[in-house]
Design a protein around this ligand. Structure first.
Ligand code: S3P
Length: 264
């Protein structure tokens, strides 16, 4: 290798070491801010100043501006993961009745904490190559329930994933055992009226087709309530609340649970 290229390779190596060192410092800062916010009861998901980063970085005129911004996007995502890892140490399983808000809340949380999101119904639909309603029609409910159990067993190996479970998942004790072994089980609840409002125009839920009314929803919810509550490590009521408010409440309760477990 020529003397010039050797020198340049050395220079690149030095840059990498410096970048790695700076990233370590940056991640420590995020860890500390997250702990501070948690310990002082401040909102954890309030957008961090990182959102202003593109301007602050002052790279617009650089020929490498686009590349640098792309790297920073990844750095921001990794910062969110550091936040998540500071707050809790396992997967999160969101359970609750149809329309309780599992999909909405899991999408918001996974975006804000850069968590891998698994929508169980979508995962099963993809694997089986047909909609949930069609699975029920062709193979029956028991078959669908076994798909749910198989999926949970597969997902058990994940780390810091967010799993949005179908509403019937906690009905099987085996499913509850798998969830509890691999993560925190968060129950989202809502009033039957709120549920009705959220699902009334939807036809993808075979269990509600032909029974789309508040009293049927209430009856089925009551039937399921003991199993939901038995499965839950914590409960968040979503009735009349904004998405962000629910995410913050969920995290606050999760942190309390995490520190309780660490004390034991
Ligand atoms: C079901 C809930 C649905 C879906 C299926 C059965 C249930 O998921 O898994 O229609 O038994 O409660 P969502 O809770 O996401 O609607």
């Amino acid at each position: 290798m020529s003397e010039k290229s050797e020198r340049l390779y050395e220079e690149i190596k030095r840059c990498d070491r410096e970048i790695a060192q700076l990233l370590r410092t940056r991640m420590h800062c995020i860890e500390e801010i997250t702990e501070y916010r948690r310990d002082h009861g401040l909102p954890i998901l309030t957008p961090v100043p990182e959102r202003r980063a593109p301007e602050a970085l002052d790279v617009e005129d650089s020929p490498f501006g686009q590349e640098i911004l792309r790297v920073f996007q990844e750095i921001h995502e990794s910062g969110k993961r550091v936040q998540a890892k500071t707050l809790f140490d396992r997967n999160i399983f969101l359970i609750g009745f149809m329309g309780a808000g599992k999909s909405t809340i899991s999408a918001a949380l996974s975006r804000q904490l850069s968590l891998e999101l698994i929508e169980m119904d979508a995962y099963i639909q993809e694997k089986e190559g047909m909609t949930i309603s069609r699975i029920f029609d062709i193979h029956g409910e028991e078959y669908f329930r076994s798909c749910e159990s198989d999926t949970l067993a597969e997902l058990g190996k994940k780390d810091h994933a967010l799993v949005s479970c179908g509403g019937g998942v906690p009905m099987r004790e085996k499913n509850v055992e798998i969830m509890k072994k691999n993560g925190y089980v968060v129950l989202l609840s809502a009033s039957p009226e709120a549920i009705y409002e959220r699902v009334k125009d939807n036809t993808d839920r075979p269990l509600l087709n032909g029974h789309m009314n508040v009293s049927y929803i209430e009856e089925l919810m009551e039937k399921r309530r003991p199993k939901y509550e038995h499965a839950a490590d914590l409960i968040v009521d979503t009735t009349g609340k904004e998405v962000q408010e629910i995410c913050e409440e969920l995290l606050r309760k999760l942190c309390a649970l995490q520190s309780e477990r660490e004390r034991k």
